[in-house]
Unconditional design. Structure first.
Length: 624
């Protein structure tokens, strides 16, 4: 049962919640646009927005968990949309097709592309949350934050302690007291050897929430890449005399594309495996809409999605302007029509993959760029095969990939929000409407913010660079531009992508055998693909967190009362997210708090202490 029962109604889409959510959506979107171009990473806004909302309305003498949930739903749309925009749209500048982002092009693509991602999740919500029961670690953490804040007392203590620990640890790391990861490297002949561990309490907490099975699979992906694939690939030559630089160069240029190939097969297989649940969801949505129209509807509030006929109508309404936009830019009706069909088909596949990954490893760890690369390659190859020239083909590829990237980023975010709502007892259609409101609010500010940053700093390797100013690296957009150019020039590591496809097929076969035998341990493709695509150092703390969860469950059994371990893990994620917001504000404002003293050993010791605290908190088992 959700925290707020279905028969009880609280205000959700009230004007005050919408206004606060929109303000936070714009602010978080602007902060993420800068961080994404500057450091290639974005920060989650769900938990910070929930905390801000609870604090503000509690100060005004109001307590409404569903209102606070709507605020975080709307606010998180801005940060997710920013990731989709900055990962792709600056590629148009890097390819020297524009000197700045056209306002209406960016705004229309962001608003409509992001909203398509929100609409697609209506079809997927029941399949992933109700039928598949994916863990959604960050959605669960946000729900624990909201519930603990509403209950107070015993629930609030581990959340508060975890938040303080996570915030202090992240802040001290952010000012350079210790590096973000602990690394060791060497070589054995021509074989580079590398080990890394991200010093992150939040990743530790994600592993604790998702459990050992998913944590092992992510770790397996990292082991395959860094201890097998990269050493084998290193035999063809060393890009650098430094083993660490060599390992990362091979990973960036070759090995991570194994993960892209695995993601492609894993995403398609997920859709095939869940096809009955998806079709059932669509049919039930259409049936419910017809029943309501005829006055026969009797749907529980907490299962009331946007009516499916509305979803289909809005999808058509959003696709048509995008098709017209493509025609205006390229002046080719056949190409515009083809782009629209590709965008719709690949967009739904990308959304489905993003939602599944958000459900397994969390939206912060979801490789949006990997999903985008997969769809970018498919689009570019098809356009090249049809004989479109390099210039028109490159623009068309980025425009299609841009919409898909925005759609996927929003999908991962809203699936987390919908899971939070599922736990707290929110009304799904109100969250879905709130997400679209947040998307359009942030969309109108994306182009001005990015163009302001380009004017101030410039993008590395383009004519926008400013003398005497360190340019913005824009790593994801640079990768998208180079890949687009590489496809049309015939330079893409297809052998790596094929290896990923074969690996995914092997994992699917193993998973089916385990399913038939009734094994509790399974081998879904997606967590392994993520482990391959992301650095090894990111999977390590998740793996450790999964081991901690396993030991706790062995000692206390399945937790059926108050799961203090999960509440404490939610606090660690919340604290790190809040501290990330503070650090982002310092970076944007130009304030430097970098300390001259740094010690990776200190960071490692403190992370062990965080592990000990999480383990001890997880052992608490109190019946309420």
């Amino acid at each position: 049962m959700p925290y707020v029962p279905p028969e009880k109604s609280l205000p959700e889409l009230a004007l005050k919640y919408i206004i606060l959510g929109v303000i936070l959506s714009i602010v978080m979107g602007a902060a993420n646009a800068y961080l994404g171009l500057y450091a290639g990473m974005t920060i989650s806004a769900s938990i910070p927005a929930a905390v801000i909302s609870m604090a503000l309305f509690r100060a005004l003498g109001e307590r409404n968990i569903l209102g606070n949930n709507i605020v975080q739903t709307i606010a998180s749309a801005g940060e997710a949309l920013a990731a989709g925009v900055i990962f792709t749209m600056p590629a148009l500048i890097i390819l020297q097709l524009y000197t700045e982002l056209p306002y209406w092009l960016t705004t229309i693509m962001a608003g409509l592309g992001g909203s398509l991602g929100a609409l697609f999740t209506v079809i997927l919500r029941r399949a992933y949350i109700v039928h598949e029961k994916l863990p959604f670690p960050e959605g669960k953490a946000c729900a624990e934050v909201l519930i603990a804040g509403d209950k107070g007392g015993a629930h609030a203590k581990p959340l508060a302690y975890g938040g303080i620990i996570g915030a202090i640890y992240k802040f001290l790391s952010g000012i350079g007291l210790w590096p973000g990861s602990l690394e060791a490297a060497g070589s054995a002949g021509r074989i580079p050897l590398y080990f890394g561990l991200d010093l992150s309490p939040a990743l530790l907490a994600v592993g604790f929430i998702v459990g050992l099975n998913i944590a092992i699979l992510m770790f397996l992906g990292g082991v395959l890449t860094w201890f097998i694939f990269i050493p084998i690939l290193a035999q063809t030559g060393w890009p650098s005399p430094d083993p660490v630089a060599t390992a990362f160069a091979i990973w960036r240029s070759k090995a991570r594309f194994i993960g892209v190939g695995a993601m492609l097969v894993g995403g398609i297989w997920s859709l095939i495996r869940l096809r009955s649940a998806i079709v059932k969801g669509i049919k039930s949505g259409l049936k419910a809409a017809r029943a309501r129209r005829e006055g026969q509807g009797n749907i529980v509030r907490t299962e009331f999605d946007l009516p499916m006929n509305y979803v289909l109508a809005l999808t058509a309404l959003f696709v048509i302007p995008l098709a017209m936009l493509y025609f205006v830019i390229l002046n080719d009706p056949l190409l515009a029509l083809l782009m629209s069909v590709l965008m719709l088909i690949l967009g739904f596949i990308g959304t489905a993959i993003a939602g599944y990954l958000a459900g397994t490893v969390g939206s912060s760890n979801m490789p949006v760029s990997g999903i985008t690369i997969m769809n970018l390659l498919i689009t570019a190859l098809l356009l090249k095969a049809l004989g479109f020239p390099v210039h028109e083909g490159a623009i068309a590829t980025i425009l299609v990939a841009g919409v898909i990237c925005m759609s996927a980023a929003i999908a991962g975010d809203i699936m987390q929000d919908l899971y939070t709502g599922y736990m707290v007892g929110a009304t799904p259609w109100k969250q879905q409407v709130g997400e679209i409101i947040g998307i359009f609010a942030a969309a109108f500010f994306m182009a001005p913010v990015i163009n302001l940053l380009i004017t101030a700093y410039g993008i590395a390797g383009t004519p926008t660079e400013k003398p005497g100013v360190t340019p913005l690296p824009a790593p994801q957009a640079t990768l998208m531009a180079s890949l687009t150019k590489g496809v049309f020039e015939g330079v893409v590591p297809w052998d790596m992508i094929t290896t990923g496809v074969v690996l995914a097929i092997v994992l699917i076969i193993i998973d089916e055998i385990l399913r038939i035998k009734g094994s509790k341990f399974r081998t879904p493709v997606m967590p392994v693909a993520v482990g391959i695509y992301l650095p090894l150092s990111l999977g390590m703390p998740i793996f450790i967190g999964g081991i901690l969860r396993y030991i706790v469950e062995r000692k206390v059994g399945a937790v059926k009362e108050v799961d203090y371990g999960t509440i404490g893990a939610a606090g660690l994620i919340a604290g790190e997210a809040m501290s990330g917001i503070v650090l982002a504000g310092l970076i944007v404002s130009g304030v430097s708090l970098v300390t001259p003293f740094t010690s990776d050993i200190l960071g490692f010791i403190l992370l062990i202490l965080v592990m000990a605290w999480l383990f001890r908190t997880g052992l608490k088992k109190v019946t309420e």
